[in-house]
Design a protein around this ligand. Structure first.
Ligand code: MTE
Length: 319
């Protein structure tokens, strides 16, 4: 008989999965968010393949949402990363050749400190935190993800942006030999994104280096990606190699590809439909087949924290 260490035993082997999740839901419904959160680590360790390097001790972020995270498997096999292909399974299936080290990030533009930095230079000064965030894709599906990272603003401040820096632009790496999707012209490479400086300096904007306590898998944007949880997922650019402080609004990949469908702001907004589908509801990945869609919340549920950024702005025109 095979004897396994406790850590190798999935909770679903001890408790049927439906009962396990049902129990968590019950605890939450009864207001035991804390107790449910305490259960989370038991669910984690055994689900994560040993090849992923652990990131050590993490602070837990006060900005986490109190929702049960999606499973590691959902988060790492249902992805959008067109550099590796168009289907949700392509990024996991086609990224074995991708090398996230060595890695450098070029910082340029309207800042006092500019230059080329290694991944280690970028992350060294920053204590890492675990932050559970909602991710709402413009395609009307969503997940809850326990990211690991640090506030983007703590990184940006190190470069001392000048008073002319009104926007920050980000760029993804171009490596067609490692990213087979880049051999085609599905999008104009490199993938580019941008934020206003006020958005980039908001404490909810996170520079992400890991998920579920381990280093980011390639398919999630290794080694460094952005997470802007009140915006549609396409703003959360992956595998970043360039940061540019700018006076003018930077071009962004999806608004270049289809300007009538994707705007620069891309704030989650249930009242502004995509021209081809409704944005009023969303499908939570991993929820039971045929379970009803859930309502989409303004700013993805972060309105109390971010709505002030857009005071006086027409969010229908500036979609
Ligand atoms: N970044 C790059 N470089 N290329 C992409 O295709 N897709 C975006 C965003 N970042 C994308 C990207 C979209 S549409 C979404 S929904 C999220 O990544 C998905 O992140 P996830 O795969 O980690 O869930």
């Amino acid at each position: 008989m095979l004897i396994r260490r406790a850590a190798d035993i999935r909770p679903s082997e001890i408790t049927p999965e439906s009962v396990f999740h049902g129990r968590r839901a019950l605890l939450r419904a009864a207001g035991f968010a804390g107790a449910a959160a305490l259960l989370a680590p038991a669910l984690r360790a055994d689900e994560i393949p040993g090849r992923y390097r652990r990131l050590g001790t993490l602070r837990s972020s006060p900005l986490s949402v109190r929702e049960t995270p999606n499973r590691f498997e959902d988060i790492t096999t249902y992805n959008n990363f067109y550099e590796f292909g168009l289907d949700k399974g392509d990024p996991a299936a086609n990224s074995a050749r991708f090398r996230p080290r060595p890695w450098t990030v070029t910082v340029e533009g309207e800042a006092e400190v500019v230059g080329r930095y290694t991944y280690e230079d970028i992350i060294r000064p920053h204590p890492l935190e675990e932050r559970i965030s909602r991710l709402r894709c413009v395609e009307a599906w969503s997940m809850v993800v326990p990211w690991v990272g640090f506030p983007l603003r703590d990184l940006l401040k190190r470069f001392r942006p000048t008073s002319k820096a009104r926007f920050v632009a980000f760029e993804t790496v171009v490596r067609p030999e490692e990213m087979p999707g880049q051999k085609g012209r599905t999008l104009d490479w490199p993938y580019v994104e941008g934020l206003t400086i006020a958005e980039a300096m908001h404490p909810l904007a996170l520079m992400v280096v890991g998920v579920y306590g381990v280093e980011l898998p390639a398919q999630n944007g290794a080694p460094l990606r952005l997470v802007v949880p009140w915006k549609y997922g396409f703003k959360s650019i992956k595998s970043i190699v360039r940061i540019r402080f700018m006076e003018t609004r930077p071009p962004t990949t999806w608004s270049l590809a289809a300007p009538d469908e994707y705007g620069f702001y891309a704030n989650v907004n249930p009242r502004v439909d995509h021209p081809r589908w409704s944005q009023a509801t969303e499908r939570r990945i991993g929820s039971a087949l045929f379970s009803p869609k859930q309502p989409t919340l303004p700013f993805n549920g972060y309105a109390a924290q971010v709505a002030a950024l857009y005071e006086g702005l027409d969010l229908v025109r500036n979609f």
